[in-house]
Write a protein that binds this ligand. Structure first.
Ligand SMILES: Cc1cc2nc3c(=O)[nH]c(=O)nc-3n(C[C@H](O)[C@H](O)[C@H](O)COP(=O)(O)OP(=O)(O)OC[C@H]3O[C@@H](n4cnc5c(N)ncnc54)[C@H](O)[C@@H]3O)c2cc1C
Length: 398
């Protein structure tokens, strides 16, 4: 059995990003095997994320990194300077400060990375279903389609979080969206709508998300943060109602459908469960629990892992203890949502309209403690205080 330096289990967003960063590093000639069960030839999702325009962020500045602008800048589908928001007491643009909102289509990412990896003969890709991943004294051991493989490190993006522990908050972000082409002009291509709360809340957090491609084409998505998936029909009824009531589209055609479920959980993912196995992407707990955003964090974390592999030979990602406060904030926010302590549409209205610019730095976990306290003062006090004590009780007492 051939021994690889690295096996990447799952060649989706995190697996391919890791392979890409390795291919751009001094480790490019190491033997790398990517095991993925799908061909990855369809546009199975789109990723949106924000980034600072040009200047390095605070943490990059401190670490001496030049810029964290995505390496996938050349294949971005859209970039926006302004986003819109429609909440309870405000509807209009949100100042993004130093940030831009960006959209990358899955298919463009898969093709770009696969073309780049094809230039490196030391990087192999096999289409196979992984049956087992296990640590052994000799290395990380993988069985895929009954074939055994071994490596110094296995980077696993196929592990499923449990999402059922009572001490954790286990909400889901679930959505269904259509790319529609409308008869009438009804979108402003310069402004994606990041949250439009003009849908019945039913005591949950429910909103519409609109990514305009041009004046007559957009991805319109109905999204919920709660713990119960809907039937296809239920998502579609809401989508149709919103499109007819607020967009005035005339006749319209649906050209693509997107459906997704993202964990919004504060489960403590074990990123390095054993000596030769490292979990990455959703499996490694890279999803920001309070928002579901995963793409940009995954890029940041994987770049750190590759830097550490180059410097020390170890795939570690240091997590300073004070930075862990953001996990507590996420838990408190999830608790407020889970226990319906305050209407979610009002919470998001306050977050986005009373903290322009700062909210994106906060969600990137790059604010100072003083900035965080300022943001907290814009939130309703009692619901968050009750949530804080409930989180402590759940996490400590269990
Ligand atoms: C529709 C959708 C839209 C999203 N939009 C955004 C967004 O706008 N912004 C954002 O930040 N995040 C978004 N996310 C969340 C997150 O960024 C994505 O889920 C992202 O793809 C997670 O990357 P990953 O590598 O962890 O998982 P994946 O990309 O799902 O990769 C895991 C891979 O492992 C493979 N695999 C699994 N099990 C096996 C097995 N047994 N054998 C072989 N292969 C296996 C799968 O086929 C898959 O390719 C979205 C998620 C979805 C589902």
């Amino acid at each position: 059995m051939k021994k690889y330096d690295f096996i990447i289990a799952g060649g989706g967003m995190a697996g391919l990003s890791l392979a890409y960063y390795l291919s751009q590093s001094p480790l490019r000639n190491r033997s790398i095997l990517i095991l993925e069960r799908e061909a990855k030839t369809s546009n199975d999702r789109t990723w949106c994320f924000w980034e600072r325009k040009n200047e390095p962020s605070r943490s990059e500045h401190e670490s001496g990194m030049a810029s964290r602008l995505t390496h996938f800048e050349s294949i971005l589908f859209r970039t926006w300077d302004i986003v819109s928001f429609h909440g309870t007491t405000y509807a209009g643009p949100i100042d993004m400060g130093a940030y831009q909102y960006k959209m990358l289509r899955g298919i463009d990412f898969y093709e770009f990375v696969q073309q780049e990896l094809a230039k490196h003969p030391s990087i192999e890709r096999k289409q196979a279903t992984i049956n087992r991943i296990k640590d052994t004294p000799q290395g990380g051991f993988v069985i895929a389609d009954d074939e055994p493989y071994i490596a110094d490190y296995v980077f696993d993006s196929t592990f499923l979080l449990k999402l059922d522990q009572p001490e954790n908050h286990n909400l889901l972000q679930h959505f269904k969206g259509w790319v529609i082409k409308t008869e009438h002009i009804c979108f402003d291509p310069q402004r994606p709508e990041i949250m439009d709360f003009r849908v019945a809340q039913h005591g949950d957090c429910r909103f519409i998300y609109v990514l305009p491609f041009d004046e007559q084409t957009a991805l319109v998505e109905f999204t919920l943060f709660n713990d119960k998936l809907l039937t296809d029909d239920e998502y579609e009824v809401e989508l149709r109602q919103y499109i007819d009531q607020f967009l005035n589209p005339g006749a319209y055609q649906i050209s693509e459908t997107e459906h997704g479920v993202i964990p919004m959980s504060d489960e403590a993912a074990s990123e390095i469960p054993s000596d030769h196995i490292v979990r990455i992407g959703t499996s490694g707990g890279y999803t920001k629990a309070s928002t579901g955003y995963t793409f940009q964090r995954t890029q940041r974390y994987l770049r750190t892992i590759v830097e550490n592999l180059v410097k020390t030979g170890k795939p570690h990602r240091p997590a300073p203890w004070f930075a862990r406060r953001f996990k507590l904030y996420d838990s408190i926010f999830l608790n407020v949502l889970e226990k319906h302590r305050h209407p979610a549409d009002d919470l998001f209205t306050r977050v986005y309209t009373e903290n322009p610019g700062r909210v994106f730095t906060f969600l990137d976990e790059e604010t100072s403690f003083v900035e965080e306290v300022r943001l907290f003062t814009t939130m309703p006090f009692m619901p968050f205080l009750s949530a804080f004590f409930n989180v402590l009780r759940r996490k400590i007492v269990g």
